[in-house]
Design a protein around this ligand. Sequence first.
Ligand SMILES: Nc1ncnc2c1ncn2[C@@H]1O[C@H](COP(=O)(O)OP(=O)(O)O)[C@@H](O)[C@H]1O
Ligand SMILES: [Mg+2]
Length: 352
Amino acid sequence: MDVALTFNVKPENNTFSQSLSSHLKASRMNSNKISVDTFAEWDTWETINAVKSALEVYHNVTLIEADLFAFEKLRDSNVDIVFNIAEGFLEVSREAQIPAILDMLNIPYSGSDPLTLSICLDKARTKEILSYNKIATPKFIITNSLDELNYINLKFPMMVKPNAEGSSKGIFTSSFVRDEEELKKEVSRIYNEYNQSVLVEEFLSGREFTVALIGNGSDVEVLPIVEINYKEFPEDFIPIYSYEAKWILDTKENPLDIYSCPAKISKSLEEKIKSICLKTFKVLNCRDWSRIDVRLDSKGEPNIIEVNPLPGILPDPNDNSCFPKAARTAGYTYEQMLNKVLYHAAKRNGLV
Ligand SMILES: Nc1ncnc2c1ncn2[C@@H]1O[C@H](COP(=O)(O)OP(=O)(O)O)[C@@H](O)[C@H]1O
Ligand SMILES: [Mg+2]
């Protein structure tokens, strides 16, 4: 097939201002609002080139950057299908931008549709849908003001998170709050720094897992479950997968050995986790692939923390990227993993 790979590439730190590509030059955005952090979700050339090479094992692949000229480039591209890893630019529907354009142009693509991508970036909206479907998720409130905190009916400790970020943006050790004072401080911090609604959840102290899924309908494969072992953390560290944990404690040069895959769990817990993840994938209309974060509550029951319909896929095994890690444990190479995702997208669109 002729495949276009749509992507956003992270500006390099040292050439940051020059490398902001066509996005800023052509947009109305005030560049003062932009920081390196703005692009934390975007991919590096290492990942983009690895995805391209993987798909090239079977297909002709062209690269299309998801910039402000993406619409014209896609309209004129004449490809059979798009493999989409573009995280998009600005606001809660950012991951939906390229899929929405592709829907308009009637070009098939991999992954979930714009609605699912936008909903999953809105953690509270996702949790409402899960709750309606009786899928366990931590008790929560969504708030825009400190006054509302006087009436909340949740138990400490709690987690405070920006409602619509990913890649551990905004999640620090301070996001774990033990009392009202810490809660108010953290809600103000998130509100001021991220200028969006704040999600406050009861904290689940149990084991944490992340689960990769590939497929559609009755043909969804749950890859081996990854556990995040907080026992490997320094003792004074709060057991959360925070920005500090993801980007400071765990580096390529000094990798933290905090992941087990397959997770060492009983058959019955494994079945429960698989079942809640399959149900979540289904009720949110996820397509082709997703990675779902799960944590056990005080009774040992799995709860859904969040859903990532556009999972991170760093190619280097030293980078501790959970989706490729689960695929490797299943016996799939990086190439096989990505071509499976593309196969399911092509099949769904009647192309194979
Ligand atoms: N309610 C919660 N209870 C316990 N830990 C939580 C809770 N919410 C988030 N966490 C911790 O914070 C991490 C990041 O939260 P998550 O919502 O997955 O954000 P991100 O989108 O940045 O991955 C989780 O992996 C988990 O370790
Ligand atoms: Mg997460």
